[in-house]
Design a protein around this ligand. Sequence first.
Ligand SMILES: [Mg+2]
Length: 327
Amino acid sequence: MQLKEVLDRTHIVSIPTKTNFRGVQKREIALIEGDENWGEFSPFLEYEAKEAAQWLKSAIESAVTPFQGNGIDFIPVNATLPAVPIEQVGEVLSWFPGCNTVKIKVGANEDLQRIREVFRINAGAQIRLDANGLWSVAEAKSFLENLNKEFGSSLDYVEQPCQTLAENKKLKNEISFPLKIAIDENLRKVRQVGQGRNLNEILEVADLLIIKVAPLGGISACLELIEKVDIPVVVSSALESSVGISAGVALAAQLQIKSEPPLPFGLGTVALLEGDVVTNPLLPIDGKIKVEKIDIDINQLNKYSVSDSRKKWWHQRIIDIYSLGSL
Ligand SMILES: [Mg+2]
């Protein structure tokens, strides 16, 4: 799509989040109306043009490509638990009915208490931890060794425990039990992921890869990357509306056939938003979300519409990305 067309067809909304998710309490999202579908462009506000460009590429790809469900009806998802106060854990889990796997954000205060609360509510839960690189090797080691003593095999994997790949490798080598590490930021924050050496280095450490459609530049870019690896991938989201999640669902539906039994994907996060922009929100029911084309709700677009100055800011952001010349 040409710049003018993108600007003419972009609707900006701001949707409140139900919890404070890594400091985000309102999610600003640009929605692009294509001839075939809609695309979501929602890099976090602090991302610079170069990083945000991948998200725009992904949004445009979605807008111009018909939704493909690949004949799959549902995909399994995990619950996502942000660092909420302990007394709110039960409420957040109730937003993810039927999700037995719970991804818990860690690296903040009261992590262990929050994890215990999850097991108090659901003794049979499987947990995934996501530290977003906030732990040092020593912190990760001591936390995980203790957790292993207390809950053992209930830990599915830890996502991005430490910031650098080298630290994550060190952790893996030094820990006393077989810890599965999922790599997220080290994959999507590196320029030209999947290019030779970088990917090989990542694969030396990663037991799983977290694949997010928008930051990796779209469904086809993700498929290209996934083709190069033979470890499990978990398609996940970045707190998007159902429009962005829909692209993740389409990717997950393509992978579903390959993995048996299917791993739950990290795509249930619409449950963390106070509202949505479609008539058929991709919310978890019975541990799954439905694979279907989204249907935009114009009333919701109006309800969550932003001020003219925010619209202007987003238009400028898109203009800046086009001027990089990489789209
Ligand atoms: Mg992550």
